[in-house]
Design a protein around this ligand. Sequence first.
Ligand SMILES: Cc1ncc(COP(=O)(O)O)c(C=O)c1O
Length: 277
Amino acid sequence: VYLNGEILPYHEAKVHVDDRGFTLADGIYDVIRVYNGRPFEIHRHMRHVARSAAALRLELDPDVAEIERLARQLVQDYGETDAQIYLQVTRGEAPRAHAFPKGVKPTTMITVKPAINPPPEVIARGEGAITLPDDRWGRCDVKTIGLTANVLARQRANEAGCYEAVFVRDGYITDCASCNVMAVFGSTLMTAPKTNYILGGITREVTLELARADGIDVVEESFRVEAFRAADEILLTGTNTGVMPIVRLDGAQVGSGAPGPITRRLVELFRAKTAAN
Ligand SMILES: Cc1ncc(COP(=O)(O)O)c(C=O)c1O
């Protein structure tokens, strides 16, 4: 664990009870996957970190370049080729009051841990999802550690025997508790555009690029939940998920009930891309 200037064994890294991450969820995070011992798309993730920090008016110290260097060093020290980097920056330690404290350095923490991607046989079979009202705040594009709505949604999904909860805002599909969601209508791959109502995930971006390069018709436009229910294919994307086919939605079969051809192609393309990382 890297914590505030030191590299410590996992169980020795401690944060104060007055840390604003603990008392106010006043911080940001990101998760980066390591494939073949190398962080995957770390530059895009770092841009995302910088953007999230700016949205929270959180001045990164160490800065993003140094955070990236530290993350790479931790990955090297960890020595496993398959892993995940978790990084979190909070506004630091100060007696609890909502407005920003003065002269307080952010708490910066980076860990490297085993990867937790779903096993290949689960991806081959596909998973279930439920739909839920999107009751997150209006800045879903920011990766803040305040994830109450996401936590409750994922728990509901798991209790329903499902992998993920797909959010519906004003009748339109946005994203999920911790993934982006795409649907295939005929031969067109659709996903909601990047607005403040979705977290524009890095895996979403990579998947859309792979799809376009493969000649798949890609449309970034919102679609309604009714259309979504009638989609030919549904898939999720996320750092710790990769590309995951969804074959059941709210208990009903999606398309043929098995991962469809475009989803299977995207699973394959994403696997090849990460294998070549
Ligand atoms: C709400 C939400 N949507 C989508 C994603 C997927 O983003 P990424 O592909 O960068 O992991 C995440 C990841 O944390 C998320 O929290």
